[in-house]
Design a protein around this ligand. Structure first.
Ligand code: SAM
Length: 238
């Protein structure tokens, strides 16, 4: 991966960025995404925020190498503290972190008013997608698109949301599996949840071998499996 050729995962994120957006990429290790967007003239302005010095230096270097210092501003900052009011950021991307951390970053920024001008959120949690969907629902960001792909034997989801005037209500199943993904049942999606079923099966096997009575825990995992199987429907038996 480099500033000209993104990973498939970040390419999905890049494609979801609105034309001429003013983007803040938070956790912008290398600044690959904002540089790619700027080089392709997809955005007019970007902030690359990074909290750790090493990745921050690497982001600064890439921006300089590409001569993008007038368009991509690298800042050493925690979460949305990288955004200043004058930036007029309308799109935030947060990729490659756990869903729990992404939600915490959003919550802290929301409380500080750093999302006031932000209309679009493009989020790519590595795990814990339900935390992200829950946060979006609670803060009136409506999920308008979801993507799922497999890359280097890992499965990634990308969630795109925009500000909504209406209250948003997602079911427990939608929070867990997604708003659009369950209907589409793409290969990567089925793969992801079949793997999850297998994981639960191994846990149940271990619990059955335990010397203590683990029947309650076993029931709990069986219930989790039932929910997944019900959602997968026919795709489960294929
Ligand atoms: N976004 C890139 C991607 O998807 O390829 C980099 C992902 S990397 C695994 C996560 C990056 O987020 C790291 O460079 C880490 O230092 C940074 N990070 C973690 N917490 C952060 C925070 N609160 N604010 C800014 N950056 C953060």
């Amino acid at each position: 991966m480099n500033v000209e050729k993104l990973s498939k995962r970040l390419e999905l994120v890049a494609n979801a960025v609105p034309k001429d957006a003013r983007v803040a990429d938070i956790g912008s290790d290398h600044a690959y995404l904002p540089c790619y967007l700027a080089l392709n003239e997809q955005i007019t302005y970007a902030v690359a925020g990074e909290v750790v010095d090493g990745p921050f230096q690497s982001a600064c270097l890439h921006v300089k190498e590409q001569g993008l210092e007038e368009k991509v501003f690298v800042r050493l900052a925690d979460g949305l503290d990288a955004i200043e009011e004058l930036d007029k950021i309308d799109t935030v991307t947060i990729c490659g972190m756990g869903g729990d951390l992404i939600s915490k970053i959003l919550e802290r920024g929301y409380i500080k008013g750093q999302l006031k001008t932000v209309n679009t959120l493009i989020l790519q949690p590595n795990i814990g997608e339900q935390h992200v969907r829950k946060w979006l629902m609670a803060h009136q960001y409506k999920i308008i698109e979801e993507y799922i792909i497999e890359e280097n034997k890992k499965i990634y989801e990308v969630i795109v949301a925009t500000v909504s005037k209406d209250d948003i209500e997602y079911s427990l199943e939608q929070l867990q599996f997604g708003v659009f993904l369950p209907d589409r049942k793409e290969t990567a999606f089925v793969q992801k949840w079949m793997l999850e079923l297998d994981k639960y099966e191994s846990v149940i096997k271990q619990l059955k071998q335990a010397k203590t009575d683990e029947s309650e825990k076993i029931l709990l995992f069986r219930e989790k499996q039932r929910v997944i199987k019900e959602m997968l429907g026919n795709a489960h038996s294929k």
